[in-house]
Design a binder for this molecule. Structure first.
Ligand code: ASP
Length: 439
């Protein structure tokens, strides 16, 4: 058995957290490939090391004295080293970082040092070899991951190894320039390592016991999701459920490797298992609810639209020309509505209206802002009658007016559009009818 274990920033924020991680790794001999993040927050008002690095590099770029800022970053690491009673010096690494900052080597290099240094500590603590991610994760010059080259390089380097620490979040271009993923990207590194070594499991250790059925800021103490499929997860993360970086799914999914989200502070909790497919019945009809505010709808009406071939394509062409991605397009006989992110849209709205008039000569175009979309996701919905009925009667009881309904043919999710101000009430009502009423 081979398990890749990735630990997030809060799991590695202090020596005490490192000790918990050490115990977790020691408990299962399969846990031999370790991907650490940079030290995160030790308490609510603390600053993540990655953010300290961004700040420090910014000062360097402005030609300001960044000595004190770098010193406080160094102190974060030495506090961990002392707490673990390690004989480890990072003096050489910090001297090199200082020089590189002075030479304005690049902000992505700066941010990557958080994981690099934490990887050094982790390797010393566990007695595992350190493998620099810059040698095995390949980025293109545009800053995108080259997944094929990465896979080859990782396989070459890691397949003969018994154990290794690979720092998360970064890699390098062929010319050695260090590049990073977007924030939270250590999850992607873990997934890539799991794929390359053909791991049996990718454990992603964080500070929550898995995915929750609904957002805890809206629903008090929501239940944890025990098992979720990649497809369900994709729907939920797209709609704002953030525990795992969205792009972390693809590498392992290709290999059918399950991901287990676990809690470093509650290691006995089983967390959430993310799988390709499962026969396990979900506990409730729905797997999860997620949603986002801040959408607007553009409603286009034209009589006899239904018989005008190419109408939809032309409308969407207008959005494409303005570089706006659409979310949903519910339609009627003579109407078509396009849902978009309000933030992306506001600066382009007049061009879009003009474009629509030019291309399809509508009878009129009407817009509505401040809408929210809610996704009710569940593989269990396919085999259950009455799910939609229950959702809408719950919303009616909660006095929520439904503006839009969209159920994909996969029957995996139902998307509901409501006004921003009804968002919380709607999520609560749906949670209660499926979960609270079922327990
Ligand atoms: N340290 C980076 C961040 O704060 C990457 C990560 O933690 O995954 O975003």
């Amino acid at each position: 058995m081979r398990t890749v274990v990735k630990f997030g920033g809060s799991s590695l924020a202090s020596a005490d957290q490192f000790k918990k991680v050490g115990e977790i790794i020691a408990k299962d001999p399969a846990r031999r490939f370790v991907v650490p993040s940079a030290p995160g927050k030790r308490f609510d008002t603390d600053t993540k090391v990655t953010d300290m690095l961004y700040g420090c590099y910014h000062a360097a770029e402005q030609g300001e004295d960044f000595g004190d800022l770098l010193k406080s970053i160094k102190e974060r690491y030495y506090e961990i080293i002392r707490g673990l009673a390690l004989e480890l010096s990072l003096e050489q690494e910090f001297a090199e970082i200082r020089d590189n900052f002075k030479n304005r080597i690049g902000v992505e290099y700066a941010a990557s040092r958080g994981e690099f240094l934490n990887g050094k500590i982790m390797a010393a603590y566990l007695g595992y070899p350190f493998v620099d991610a810059a040698e095995i994760i390949v980025f293109t010059e545009e800053g995108n991951l080259d997944i094929e080259k990465t896979d080859i390089r990782m396989k070459e380097r890691l397949s003969g190894m018994d154990s290794a620490v690979v720092p998360g979040f970064y890699g390098a271009q062929e010319d050695g320039t260090v590049r990073t993923f977007s924030r939270g990207g250590s999850d992607i590194t873990g997934s890539l390592v799991a794929r390359a070594i053909r791991a049996d499991m990718y454990e992603n250790w964080t500070d929550v016991s898995g995915f929750l059925v609904a957002d805890p800021r809206i629903v008090k103490n929501p239940e944890t999701i025990e098992t979720i499929t990649y497809r369900e997860l994709r729907e939920l993360s797209y709609m704002g459920a953030t525990v795992l970086h969205e792009e972390a799914i693809f590498p392992v999914r290709k290999e059918g490797i399950p991901i287990n989200i676990r809690n470093t502070n509650r290691p006995d909790d089983r967390g959430t298992l993310i799988v390709e497919s499962t026969c396990r019945k979900p506990r409730y009809t729905i797997t999860g609810i997620a949603g986002k505010k801040g959408f607007c709808s553009i409603n286009i009406e034209k009589s006899m639209m239904n018989s005008e071939i190419g109408f939809g394509r032309k409308v969407l062409q207008v959005f494409e020309d303005q570089g706006i991605s659409f979310e949903h397009i519910p339609s009627g006989i003579d109407t078509m509505t396009v849902y978009v992110h309000q933030d992306d849209f506001v600066d382009h709205e007049q061009q879009v209206i003009a474009g629509i008039h030019r291309l399809v000569q509508p009878d009129y175009v009407e817009m509505e802002a401040d809408l929210a979309l809610i996704a009710v996701v569940g593989r269990g919905m396919k085999s259950t009658r009455g799910t939609a009925g229950r959702i809408f009667s719950a919303l009616a009881h909660a006095n929520v007016n439904v503006k839009m309904i969209d159920q994909g043919s996969s029957e995996l999710n139902i998307i509901i559009g409501v006004e921003n101000r009804d968002f919380e009430a709607a999520v609560k009502a749906i949670y209660d009818i499926f979960v609270t009423a079922a327990v």
